[in-house]
Design a protein around this ligand. Structure first.
Ligand code: NOJ
Ligand code: CA
Length: 567
């Protein structure tokens, strides 16, 4: 839903150290030479939609706790829970009115502590979502801030005079439609909000804001959280002179003039602040994941900081915007893998169309889902998966404006339908409402829940779920998939992406057919130190290697082959 441009202007930066050991030195972890998060599969839970334990139609913390055995069995190492703090829910939790509590809709702090303790028993870590850029307009800080020009929290937000009667201070736009400024008649000034008007931006230039927010992270670290996913980091700072953004030709999906977000985003101050936030995280050996929307790999690279002093895991969200094309993915992965820092791959989340729907061709949908799993879970890096990807959940977009829950879908209908479609309830079984709730779910489940659900797929060795489990298992048990360098092969093949993951302990070959046509791939690994090598299948879908010879890896439509290279 957010603007993403210029992804193909990928910059190759090969000059930096990129071996796992180079990163590991900065991050002593619980695996020799690696921090835990470098091998992790991190599973994003949207709490409203995961499991409803009390029948009110909305998922909750006890629901998540009840599914930890499922997550353990799937092989996830950590869950990232999107905001579960008290909130008026205008942006479904991304409008926080109390950073150090749990919304009663989701449970209590005691429920949270139990979740962390039960997760720990299963060696699953808990990561929370830190909404750094803005609070809810119902947060006591903002309530005080707007009460008078001299209130204690006035300067905790960004208040300015209008340019003239009825005129906002400048031309900046909210990414959620309309102006980024809202007039408040109590004090006759405007406040700034990059997102909804109910989400006023914090003033991070104020040291009191910084201190209060850093203390929030300490509160949760002490409660056992392993780290944070940092929301909307690129909008933390704005130009203090409020320079107008350059206007570009054309209109956006809300019918407003296009604009270059030159003065309201990605200011250099963001990096300074992230370094400071990281220092606090280091006090607790915590991991910071960034919601890092970037236009190219060079920009992504900046989020690691100098000598790794910013985010350990800035998400590669560019990956979510690539077409299903071998050439596009190959070029992108090569650049990310060569960049300084540990790659963090993501194929979808709660703001983006599900990958199953994005890549579906109507014929090979499950095969494509398996191929994508075989891809992003075997790359060198951390994988962040979104709940339901492992069962091939599809988007269930609203069909009528009156059904839309996400405010941007109401404002932008029909061009912008909002994000409800990718946030529908987790599909646990084939019963009514997919076993998510005994009540009325807050969003409807699609027809495909009858076939694509945990219960049905658990009993089917050929299901998307079974494939995910196997590939995650391989990721943990094949040393080359853990440690190995990423070595692209057959780089001019227009349809098939192939690579080795090679470590001192051996190599794993991954071959992926990004097309609907059968393909044959052949490999000469002599130049890679594997003269006369053979291959032993570890996992495959619509693929085979007759006789184990690398001269003939046969792939059906969207086939995937993963094999151990043997001498
Ligand atoms: C990014 C979050 O992922 C999205 O869901 C939210 O609406 C905005 N940030 C504002 O917090
Ligand atoms: Ca509930």
């Amino acid at each position: 839903m957010r603007n993403r441009t210029g992804f193909f202007a990928v910059v190759l930066l090969l000059a930096f150290a990129c071996t796992p050991s180079a990163n590991a030195q900065q991050n002593p972890g619980n695996t020799p030479g690696h921090a835990w998060w470098q091998h992790a599969v991190i599973y994003e839970v949207y709490p409203r939609s995961f499991d409803d334990s009390n029948g009110d139609g909305i998922g909750d913390l006890n629901g998540i706790t009840s599914k930890l055995d499922y997550l353990k069995d799937l092989g996830v190492d950590a869950i990232w829970i999107t905001p579960c703090f008290p909130s008026p829910q205008v942006d479904f939790g991304y409008d926080v009115s109390d950073y150090v509590n749990i919304d009663p809709m989701y449970g209590t702090l005691a429920d949270f502590d139990r979740l962390v303790a039960e997760a720990k028993k299963r060696n699953i870590r808990v990561i929370l979502d830190f909404v750094v850029n803005h609070t809810s307009d119902q947060h006591p800080w903002f309530v005080d801030s707007k009460s008078s020009r001299t209130s204690a929290h006035r300067d905790w937000y960004i208040w300015r005079d209008g340019k003239g009667p009825g005129q906002p201070p400048n031309n900046w736009l909210s990414t959620f439609g309309l102006s980024a400024w809202k007039f408040d008649p109590t004090t006759n000034q405007y406040y700034y909000h990059y997102f909804y008007p109910e989400q006023p931006d914090l003033n991070w230039r104020n040291p009191e804001v910084e201190k209060a927010m850093f203390d929030v992270t300490r509160f949760w670290y002490k409660r056992g959280v392993a780290g944070f996913r940092l929301d909307a980091v690129d909008s933390l700072f704005e130009d203090p002179n409020l320079t107008d953004n350059p206007v570009l030709p054309g209109k956006d999906k809300f019918g407003r003039p296009n604009m270059e977000e030159k003065y309201d985003k990605k200011l250099p101050e963001v990096h300074v602040e992230l370094q400071r936030l990281r220092k606090v995280a280091d006090e607790y050996d915590a991991v910071l994941i960034g919601e890092t929307w970037t236009s190219n790999v060079a920009e992504l690279e900046q989020y690691y900081g100098n000598n790794g002093n910013e985010l350990q895991l800035p998400m590669d969200l560019m990956l979510t915007d690539l077409p299903l094309s071998a050439a596009a993915f190959r070029e992108h992965i090569k650049a990310v893998d060569a960049a300084r820092g540990w790659p963090t791959y993501v194929i979808t989340n709660h703001d983006i169309q599900r990958s199953y729907s994005r890549y579906a061709d109507g014929v090979h949908n499950d095969d494509i889902a398996k191929m994508m799993a075989g891809f992003y879970l075997t790359l060198r890096g951390t994988s962040i998966m979104y709940y339901g990807e492992e069962i091939g959940m599809e988007n269930n977009d609203p069909k009528r404006k009156e059904d839309v829950k996400d405010p941007i879908g109401i404002l932008g209908w029909p061009e912008e339908k909002g994000r409800d479609g990718e946030r529908t309830p987790m599909q646990w079984n084939g019963s009514t409402n997919a076993g998510f709730t005994t009540g009325k779910p807050w969003l409807p489940v699609p027809e495909s829940a009858k076939t694509h659900n945990v219960a049905a797929e658990s009993g089917n060795p050929n299901s998307v779920l079974s494939f995910y489990k196997q590939v995650i298992h391989l990721r943990k048990t094949e040393p080359a998939l853990l440690e190995g360098a990423y070595i692209p092969l057959n780089e001019s093949d227009p349809n098939v992406i192939s690579y080795l993951r090679k470590s001192k302990d051996g190599a794993v070959l991954v071959v992926l057919n990004f097309s609907a046509k059968p393909q044959n791939a052949t490999f000469d690994l002599g130049t890679r130190g594997f003269a006369g090598a053979k291959v032993k299948a570890l996992l495959q879908n619509a693929a085979s290697v007759p006789g184990g010879t690398l001269q003939n890896v046969k792939l059906g439509a969207y086939g995937v082959y993963i094999g151990r290279v043997t001498q």
